[in-house]
Design a protein around this ligand. Sequence first.
Ligand code: UT7
Length: 322
Amino acid sequence: MNSKITAIAVYTPSNRVTNEYFEKIIETNNEWIISRTGIKERRFAEPDEYTSDLCIKAAKNLLAENPDINFDGVDFILVGTTTADQVMPSMASQVQNAFNIQNAGCLDIMAACAGFVYGLVLAKGMIASGTHKKILVFGAETLSKFTDFTDRTSCILFGDGAGVALVETSDQPKILNAITGTDGSHGKDLYLSQHASVVNGENIEPNGKIHQNGKVVFKWAIQTISNKVGELLSKNSITLAELDWVILHSANLRIIEAVASELNYPMDKMLTSIEFFGNTSSASIPLAWDIASKAGKIKPGNKILLLGFGGGLTFAGIIVEV
Ligand code: UT7
């Protein structure tokens, strides 16, 4: 059975945090942040607003923006997140409860910034196997609640937001082949630990904050992602020129520019969310999709390559047709 994305929607908190805010709390400046990351501003959730709230608001927007869509018959809910409100219940089960969706399996996916694309990979597989027909896939984060605001190399990066895609059965294959992969040896280069003080036998700080070895992750991303875009294209027998858009995880605009340059692909076909929302981890790809969609860029029939990468270090890529 084939599958397709029938709709995408997002929610971002209203609290807009500019780079000037960071000039007051750490040694930094607007020019450094823009030139090294591309970030102009990001959104922070309210103190009492959590990842499940962002998911529910994104799902409400999905219904409001698509009057022909409803959640009747949704049989699975997947939420990619690294910043869940609590370990259990899952974010997915809180979405199930909020909309009183009957008979839906619920699962949170911990694949960091690749969580949304992993969700699409799983949804496609579940529909292909014939066991499920209508799946909600979220990427949602409240990274600001897990940010170390004394670490100037990481705190300027992160923002909060959520995106959701409705994946349904289709006559034609609209969600094409995927790739996934991981290099777990880099575990301690990007971690968030609440309890354990060791990963891969190496000491880490279990303080509930995000730690990132930015330079290492940056280098890994640039080296890995260009190659993986090529692998994904050949797995689908599609050329780069046949793609209408590429959406890489918005981790840093310089990573996206470097990959575009490596692939010799025009930057104006790389869709991003980093400028206005910062690094929103699993939410960054649906946010970029939504910005482009509202700007009238994404049109029916377009082929879009999505590739998420991050903590693990892990990645997932997939090509979809709108
Ligand atoms: O989402 C998951 C995947 N994550 C990523 O892909 C993130 C990958 N990494 C990055 O995006 C970048 O490495 C960062 C944005 C985190 C850092 O950028 P960078 O160009 O790699 O900076 P750097 O760490 O090499 O630091 C360059 C300089 C240093 O000063 P010196 O040693 O050259 O004097 C830093 O101390 O910039 C300094 N610096 C800052 N200056 C002003 C570091 N942070 C700041 C800051 N403001 N906030």
